[in-house]
Design a protein around this ligand. Structure first.
Ligand code: NAP
Length: 296
C-alpha cells in the first residue's frame, strides 16, 4: 500500500522531504515488531530517472516526487525534461544514457542533491524495426542494431553501475543494511519479440538477463535490482504517423484483460510498489494485462 496508516509506530508518513517523517539512516526496526515495519521510505531521499522527459519515465518521476523524492530528470530532451523537472520540484540534467561521462554527471547531480540517493530507474529507450533479411533481400543494417543495444541495454547498465556506486556511499537506510533500489525497464518484447524486433528484443532480453547477476553483485552493498517488462503502454514511443491507430489496434487485440493500452501512471505506480517493498529482489515482472505478443 502506498499510504499506510500513520498512527502505527514507525508507520509511513507521506509528505515532502524534511517534514518530520522517519529520519534517513535511522533504524526502521528499532522497537518495532518486524510485521509492522514500514516499507522502503522514499520521503526525504533522492532518485534519478532516465527517459524522464516523456512517457513511463515522466510518470515515474512524477510519482516518486509525489512520494517525497528529490528527482533528477535525466533525458536527452531538454525542453520537455526541464518542464517535467520544474513541475515536480526536481532537477533536469541533459543526459545521454549511452555516454559514460554524461551519466556520471547526472548521477553526481542526484547524489549531491542533499538527500541520500536511494532509487535509480532506467526508462530511456528507443524503438527500431527491421527484418533480419528484408523483403528486398538486404540484410538488417548493423548501425541501428548497434544503436538500439547502445541506448537500451548499455545505457541501462551504464546507469545501474554508476548509480549503484553512488548509492553504496550512503548510510544504510534500515537494519537490513538496505541502501537503495534499481529498477530497469525492459519489455515483454524481451521475451517474445515480434517480426522485425531482433534489435529491440535483444536489448530488452539483455536487461532481463542481467537482473539476477546484478542483484547478486549489489547485495553486498544493500541494493536490490528488479526489471519490469511493460506490455502495450500509451506513450509517445509509438509515434504519431497516419498508420498509428491501426498499428495500435493490432497490438491491443491479444491483450487478455483489461482490453486497452496501459497508462504510464499505472506503470509508475507499479515501479513505486516494487521500490517500496523491501522483499522484492532479482525479479523480472511482466506488466501487461496478460498479453502474449503475436508474431506480427
Ligand atoms: P518515450 O515516451 O519515447 O520516452 C523515452 C524517453 O527516453 C524520451 O524522452 C527519449 O528522448 C529518451 N531517450 C531516448 N534515448 C535516450 C538517450 N540515449 N539518453 C537519454 N534519454 C533518451 O517512451 P516510453 O514508451 O515511455 O518508453 C520508456 C521505456 O519503456 C523504454 O525503454 C521502452 O523501450 C520501454 N517500454 C515501453 C513500452 C510501451 O508500450 N510504451 C512497452 C515496453 C517497454 P527523445 O524523445 O529525445 O528520444
Amino acid at each position: 500500500m502506498l499510504d499506510g496508516p500513520t498512527d502505527i509506530p514507525g508507520g509511513r508518513r507521506p509528505g515532502r522531504p524534511g517534514d518530520g517523517g522517519r529520519a534517513e539512516g535511522a533504524s526502521k526496526s528499532a522497537g518495532t515488531p518486524r510485521s509492522m515495519l514500514p516499507a522502503m521510505e522514499l520521503n526525504g531521499t533522492a532518485a534519478i530517472v532516465t527517459g524522464a522527459a516523456s512517457g513511463l519515465g515522466e510518470a515515474t518521476a512524477r510519482d516518486l516526487a509525489a512520494a517525497g523524492c528529490r528527482v533528477v530528470v535525466a533525458d536527452l530532451s531538454e525542453q520537455q525534461g526541464k518542464a517535467v523537472a520544474e513541475a515536480i520540484g526536481g532537477l533536469f540534467v541533459r543526459t545521454d544514457v549511452s555516454d559514460e561521462q554524461s551519466v556520471q554527471e547526472a548521477v553526481d547531480a542526484a547524489a549531491s542533491a542533499g538527500p541520500p540517493l536511494r532509487v535509480a530507474v532506467s526508462c530511456a529507450g528507443i524503438l527500431f524495426a527491421a527484418r533480419t533479411v528484408g523483403r528486398d533481400g538486404s540484410p538488417h543494417p548493423l548501425a541501428p542494431y548497434q544503436k538500439v543495444i547502445d541506448v537500451n541495454l548499455i545505457g541501462t547498465f551504464n546507469l545501474m553501475r554508476i548509480a549503484a556506486a553512488a548509492i553504496a556511499r550512503t548510510e544504510p537506510a534500515d537494519s537490513d543494511g538496505q541502501r537503495g533500489v534499481i529498477i530497469n525497464i525492459s519489455s515483454i518484447a524481451g521475451m517474445e519479440g515480434q517480426v522485425g524486433q531482433t534489435a529491440y528484443s535483444a536489448s530488452k532480453a539483455g536487461i532481463i538477463g542481467m537482473t539476477v547477476p546484478a542483484a547478486r553483485d549489489l547485495a553486498s552493498i544493500g541494493v536490490r535490482v528488479n526489471a519490469i517488462c511493460p506490455g502495450i503502454i500509451e506513450t509517445p514511443i509509438y509515434g504519431s504517423g497516419p498508420g498509428r491507430e491501426d498499428f495500435l489496434a493490432k497490438l491491443v487485440a491479444p491483450i487478455v484483460f483489461p482490453k486497452r493500452m496501459g497508462t504510464p501512471a499505472e506503470v509508475a505506480r507499479f515501479v513505486r510498489a516494487v521500490v517500496e517493498n523491501d522483499y522484492l529482489n532479482a525479479e523480472v515482472f511482466r506488466f501487461d494485462a496478460g498479453i502474449r505478443l503475436q508474431p506480427r
